[in-house]
Design a protein around this ligand. Structure first.
Ligand code: ZN
Length: 74
C-alpha cells in the first residue's frame, strides 16, 4: 500500500521540513491494520511543496492518494 495523506488535528508537532510548530497539519504515512502511521508531517507551506514529490515517489500506488482538505484560513 502506498503512502497516503491524512489531516492530523489537535496534535502539536514540528514540521518535518522547516521545523515550524504545527497543530492541524497534513502528514504522509502508511495505513497498517486500519491505523494511520505518519512518517512525515508538514506545515501547509511545505505540504504544497512536497506533495507533488510524494506523488512521484509512488506513481504506481494501488490506492489513490487521499488528499487532505485545506482548512479555511481566517
Ligand atoms: Zn514546514
Amino acid at each position: 500500500m502506498g503512502p497516503v495523506w491524512r489531516l492530523v488535528k489537535g496534535e502539536k508537532d514540528m514540521c518535518h521540513r522547516c521545523g515550524k510548530e504545527i497543530v492541524d497539519f497534513p502528514a504522509v504515512g502508511r495505513v497498517v491494520d486500519w491505523t494511520f502511521h505518519p512518517q512525515e508531517k508538514y506545515c501547509w507551506e511545505c505540504y504544497r511543496y512536497v506533495a507533488p514529490f510524494v506523488d512521484e515517489i509512488s506513481p504506481q500506488s494501488e490506492t489513490p492518494f487521499q488528499p487532505v482538505t485545506k482548512p479555511a484560513i481566517p
